[in-house]
Design a protein around this ligand. Structure first.
Ligand code: ZN
Length: 526
C-alpha cells in the first residue's frame, strides 16, 4: 500500500539518461519504489499515461524571499513545475538581521522583494528558515546575503569590511553555514554590496570554502575602480582563485550587444576552469528586470532607505544625479523601461518612464524620483524587449547553446510583483522546455531536464533532490512533452503555462489538474 502511485509515466529521471516508462510509488515524503506496481494499491493515484515525469524543477535564482511570506501558495512558481527555489539572490535578503535592520532592509528592498510582514524574526539563518519551513508551497534553500553582513557591521555606509567588522562578518558566515546556508550570495551592482572591495569578498569566501559552500555572484558594474580587474568576471574569478570557493555566475547570457557571440560571455570563465570550479545560470528572455532604487548612483544610497527618500526630494541632489550620469552613463537606457510595480501609483504601472514623464511634465530623473517618493521606494521595472525580432531569435538560440553546456542551469530571476511583472516570473521553465526546445532542437529533453534538476541539486548540495531515485524526496512534475508551453508575454505576463497538470512536493500534490491545491509542504532545505 502506497500513499501515492503515479502510473505509466515516461520517467526522465534528471540524471541525463534516456527516459523510460514505469510506475512510481510514494510513501510520506519519499519515493519508495520505481517499477511495475500493477497489482498494488494506493490511497491516491495519478494516471500519467502519455505524460512525462521529471524531478521538480530547481530555480537557481529567484527573488521570492518576501513574496512567499505573504503569498505562500506561490502559483507562478509551482504552476511552472518549480519545487525548489534558491533565495538570497544578488545578496539581497533578510537574514541574519537584527529587528531594526530587518525593518530597514525590508523597506530598502520593497521594490524587488515586496512587503512581507514587519514583525518577523530574521535574527539568524535558523530563524529565517523557520519562517518558510512547511509554511509555504515550495522548498527553499538559502545562501547568506552579502548585504546582511554589511548591515550588521558597518550599516548602510560606503566602507570596506576590514579589521573588527570583517571578523564579525566572518563569524556571521560561520554561524549561517552551520545553520544550513548553502553559501554566500552577492550582487555587485546593488548596495550596500557594491561598497565592498574584492579583498573583503576573498576573506568572506575563504570561510564559505571551508564549509564547501558556493559563492553566488551577480557581477560588479558599480564602483569598478575598487575591484580586482575592474569588476565583472575577472573579479569573480579572482575571488574563486584566492579563496578556493566554488563560484556560481548568476543570469549569464547574451544581450543586444553580444548576440550570436556566446564566447564573449564565456571565454574568460572557460580559460579559468583548471583554477576555479564554476557554474552558471540563465533565463530565456532578452532583457532583465529589477527595482528602480537600484538605478540611483552610489552616493544617494548612503544612510539607507530613509536617507534615500530625503536625498531624492532635494533638488540639488537630483541635479548631482543628472550630472553624475552625464559623466558615467547608465547601462539601462531609461527611455526603454516599463514600470512593472508601483502599488501606490497603480495608474503608472504598464507605462514607460518616458510616457510618465510626458504626463507629469518633469525631466526623466525627476520622474524616476517622483515615482520612488510616491511609492515609498516600492517600484519595479523591466527593460523593454528588442523591437528587432531577428536579434531576439539569436538571443534565444544563444540561451539554448549556453544551456547545452554541462556547467549551466536555469535561474528565472523571478520578481512576481505588480500588474505587469517580467514574464520570466511565470514562464521561464516551460519556455525553455516547450517553446525553445521544440523550436530550435539544440538540447534533447533528458539533457534539458538534467540542467533544471540534478545540476542545481548537486551544485548547491540539495541532498536527495534533483533526481527521481528511490529514497529521494518525492518532488516531481508531470507534464506533456508536446504541449508544455509558456503563455506569459511581456504585454500579458501573468499567464500560467500549459501542459503541466501535476506537481508533487515532498509527497504532497501541490498542483492537481492545473489547479493549486493549497498544500504548503515546502521544506527550508536542509
Ligand atoms: Zn536577480
Amino acid at each position: 500500500m502506497f500513499d501515492l502511485i503515479i502510473r505509466n509515466g515516461l520517467i526522465i529521471d534528471g540524471t541525463g539518461r534516456k527516459a523510460y516508462t514505469s510506475d512510481i510509488g510514494i510513501n510520506g515524503e519519499f519515493i519508495t519504489t520505481i517499477g511495475n506496481l500493477n497489482n498494488t494499491q494506493a490511497k491516491n493515484e495519478i494516471n500519467a499515461e502519455g505524460l512525462s515525469i521529471a524531478p521538480g524543477f530547481i530555480d537557481a535564482h529567484a527573488h521570492s524571499d518576501g513574496i512567499l511570506l505573504y503569498d505562500p501558495q506561490h502559483a507562478n512558481g509551482i504552476r511552472q513545475g518549480i519545487t525548489t527555489e534558491i533565495l538570497g539572490q544578488d545578496g539581497l535578503s533578510y537574514a541574519p538581521l537584527s529587528e531594526k535592520n530587518y525593518k530597514i532592509q525590508r523597506h530598502y528592498l520593497n521594490g524587488i522583494l515586496g512587503s512581507p510582514p514587519e514583525n518577523l524574526n530574521m535574527k539568524t539563518v535558523k530563524n529565517f528558515k523557520a519562517n518558510y519551513h512547511k509554511k509555504i508551497a515550495i522548498n527553499t534553500a538559502y545562501p547568506i546575503p552579502h548585504s546582511a553582513l554589511r548591515l550588521e557591521t558597518v550599516g548602510f555606509t560606503d566602507r570596506p569590511l576590514i579589521g573588527k567588522d570583517l571578523e564579525q562578518a566572518k563569524k556571521m558566515v560561520i554561524e549561517g553555514m552551520e545553520q544550513g546556508s548553502i553559501g554566500l550570495a552577492t550582487g555587485m551592482s546593488y548596495h550596500p554590496n557594491a561598497w565592498s572591495t574584492t579583498e573583503e569578498l576573498i576573506e568572506l569566501c575563504k570561510v564559505v570554502a571551508q564549509y564547501n559552500g558556493v559563492y553566488i555572484t551577480h557581477l560588479r558594474d558599480v564602483n569598478p575602480e575598487r575591484a580586482f580587474g575592474n569588476g565583472g568576471i575577472p573579479e569573480a574569478l579572482e575571488i574563486g582563485r584566492k579563496s578556493g570557493v566554488k563560484v556560481h555566475f548568476s543570469h549569464t547570457r547574451t544581450d543586444a550587444s553580444t548576440a550570436g557571440k556566446i564566447e564573449k560571455v564565456i571565454t574568460l570563465i572557460d580559460q579559468s576552469k583548471n583554477e576555479v570550479d564554476s557554474t552558471l545560470d540563465i533565463y530565456p528572455y532578452p532583457t532583465g528586470s529589477t527595482f528602480l532604487t537600484s538605478l540611483l548612483p552610489s552616493f544617494v544610497h548612503e544612510g539607507g532607505p530613509s536617507a534615500i527618500l530625503d536625498n531624492i526630494q532635494n533638488p540639488s541632489i537630483i541635479k548631482k544625479i543628472i550630472e553624475y550620469y552625464q559623466t558615467y552613463p547608465l547601462k539601462a537606457p531609461l527611455d526603454s523601461t516599463t514600470i512593472s510595480y508601483a502599488p501606490k501609483t497603480p495608474q503608472f504601472e504598464k507605462f514607460g518612464l518616458v510616457d510618465i514623464q510626458k504626463k507629469l511634465k518633469l525631466s526623466i530623473w525627476e520622474t524616476l524620483c517622483h515615482l520612488l517618493i510616491k511609492n515609498d521606494l516600492e517600484v519595479g521595472f523591466w527593460l523593454n524587449p528588442p523591437s528587432n525580432m531577428a536579434l531576439w531569435d539569436q538571443i534565444n538560440k544563444d540561451a539554448l547553446q549556453l544551456l547545452s553546456r554541462p556547467d549551466y542551469m536555469v535561474g528565472s530571476d523571478a520578481i512576481p510583483l505588480g500588474s505587469i511583472p517580467h514574464p520570466r516570473a511565470y514562464g521561464t521553465f516551460p519556455r525553455f522546455l516547450g517553446r525553445l526546445r521544440r523550436k530550435y532542437n539544440i538540447l534533447n529533453i533528458e539533457q534539458m531536464i538534467q540542467r533544471m534538476t540534478q545540476n542545481p541539486a548537486q551544485r548547491f548540495g540539495l541532498n536527495k533532490r534533483g533526481s527521481l531515485l528511490v529514497d529521494n524526496y518525492a518532488d516531481l512534475v508531470i507534464f506533456n512533452q508536446e504541449h508544455i508551453i509558456d503563455t506569459a508575454t511581456y504585454d500579458d505576463p501573468k499567464q500560467f503555462p500549459l501542459g503541466i497538470p501535476y506537481v508533487v512536493i515532498n509527497g504532497e500534490i501541490a498542483v492537481n489538474n492545473e489547479i493549486c491545491t493549497g498544500s504548503l509542504s515546502g521544506h527550508a532545505i536542509p
